[in-house]
Design a protein around this ligand. Structure first.
Ligand code: SF4
Length: 192
C-alpha cells in the first residue's frame, strides 16, 4: 500500500526532528548512544536496568552496548554492579552526574516545541506516535518496552502496603506508584 502524502510528510518530519536532536547532542560531553542509554535507564524499572535489556531496547548488539556502558562509567555517569534483585546479573545505576545531565537533555527542548505547536492535541499526537512505534516494533519482532501500568500482568491496588500498592503478576513482585509509570523489558500490552 502506498502511504498518503500527509503520512509520508509526517515520516519525513520525524526523521528531520531526530536529526536536529542528534545535532544538539553533539554539543555535549555525551554522544547519541550515551544519551540514549541514560534516557533508557532513568525510565526503566528495576527488572530492566541490565545491559541485555538496553541492547534489546536500542536494537543493538551486546558488544556495542558494552562499549557504551564502559565509556559512561569512565566519564562518571554510570555504575555497574550486582543486581539488587538476584545478585547474579549486572544492574546499571545512574550517578548524580547523569541526573544532572538529563536535566539539560536536548529531547526536553523538543518536547517543549511539540507542546507549543500542538497544545491540547499533544496527547493525541503522542498516542498516534505510540501506536506507530508499536506497529514498527511488531514488524521487526522487537519488545514493546511499554509503561508498567499498561501491562497485562499489572495488578493495581491489590496490596495493603502503601509504598508498593500494586503487583506484578508475571514476576510476583510488589510495585510502587513510581514503578507503575516506568518502562519494563517484560511489558506486554493488555490488548495481547
Ligand atoms: S506488570 Fe508487566 S510491565 Fe510491570 S513489572 Fe510486571 S511484567 Fe513488567
Amino acid at each position: 500500500m502506498i502511504p498518503s502524502r500527509p503520512a509520508l510528510e509526517a515520516a519525513h518530519f520525524v526523521d528531520r526532528l531526530e536529526r536536529l536532536v542528534r545535532a544538539s547532542e553533539a554539543a555535549d560531553d555525551l554522544n547519541p548512544a550515551q544519551w540514549e542509554a541514560l534516557r533508557y535507564f532513568v525510565r526503566a524499572n528495576r527488572f530492566s536496568r541490565t545491559p541485555a535489556a538496553l541492547a534489546d531496547y536500542l536494537v543493538s548488539t551486546r558488544g556495542t552496548i558494552s562499549r557504551t556502558l564502559t565509556s559512561l562509567e569512565a566519564k562518571g555517569y554510570l555504575r555497574r554492579g550486582p543486581s539488587s534483585r538476584d545478585g547474579r546479573s549486572i544492574e546499571c545505576f545512574l550517578t548524580a552526574k547523569a541526573t544532572k545531565a538529563l536535566s539539560r537533555d536536548p529531547l526536553t527542548a523538543l518536547a517543549r516545541d511539540i507542546e507549543a505547536a500542538c497544545g491540547e492535541d499533544t496527547p493525541a499526537l503522542a498516542e498516534g506516535l505510540r501506536s506507530t512505534l508499536l506497529t514498527a516494533i511488531a514488524r521487526n519482532g522487537g519488545r514493546a518496552f511499554g509503561a508498567c501500568f499498561t501491562c497485562r500482568h499489572f495488578r493495581a491496588d491489590v496490596r495493603p502496603d502503601r509504598s508498593a500498592p500494586h503487583h506484578c503478576g508475571l514476576l510476583d513482585e510488589p510495585l510502587s506508584q513510581v514503578e507503575s509509570q516506568a518502562i519494563c523489558v517484560e511489558q506486554e500490552s493488555q490488548a495481547v
